[in-house]
Write a protein that binds this ligand. Structure first.
Ligand code: DQA
Length: 145
């Protein structure tokens, strides 16, 4: 069975109450339950994690390489400036493992600083702008990968 690490970056633990006009009203725990269900429907084992800590996120990318896990990553604000995370993501795709970058919102339709993703260039692909459905679509992409 393919294992997929869904790694979520800073502030995503506040989903549900954080700027619901942008990020929706689904709490993080509910998204986690949905992701488990969507994964199971596609024969994927889902490991869902969230951290506000850049180094922890980098460590999880190393763990994915060592464990041969596919990765779905919402890097949150780290998307826009974390070269350390980018380099860790490059190790995932460099090892031949799929890495799908996801965003709830469409960063390109928002403030200019969000238009840059330092992660996209080393991701297998990016899904953005579909709310929690971005995660469902990313799981479908991994299942088909
Ligand atoms: C986000 C978009 C980022 O710009 C932002 O910093 C986030 C969430 C999204 O899922 O839409 O925290 O990654």
């Amino acid at each position: 069975m393919t294992t997929v690490l869904i790694a979520n970056g800073p502030n995503l633990n506040r989903l549900g109450t954080r700027e619901p006009d942008k990020y929706g009203s689904t709490p993080y725990e509910e998204l986690a339950a949905l992701a488990m269900q969507w994964g199971a429907e596609r024969g994927l084992e889902v490991v869902m994690r969230q951290t506000n800590d850049e180094s922890e996120l980098v460590g999880w990318m190393h763990e994915a390489v060592d464990s041969e896990w596919a990765v779905i990553l919402n890097p949150a604000a780290f998307t826009h400036y974390s070269y350390a995370l980018r380099d860790a993501c490059a190790m995932v795709t460099g090892a031949g493992l799929p890495l799908v970058e996801v965003h709830l919102t469409n960063p390109h339709a928002r403030e200019e600083f969000r238009h840059t993703s330092v992660v996209s260039g080393v991701a297998t692909g990016t899904i953005a702008g579909f709310g929690t459905d971005s995660y469902r679509l990313a799981l479908a992409a991994v299942a088909g990968a």
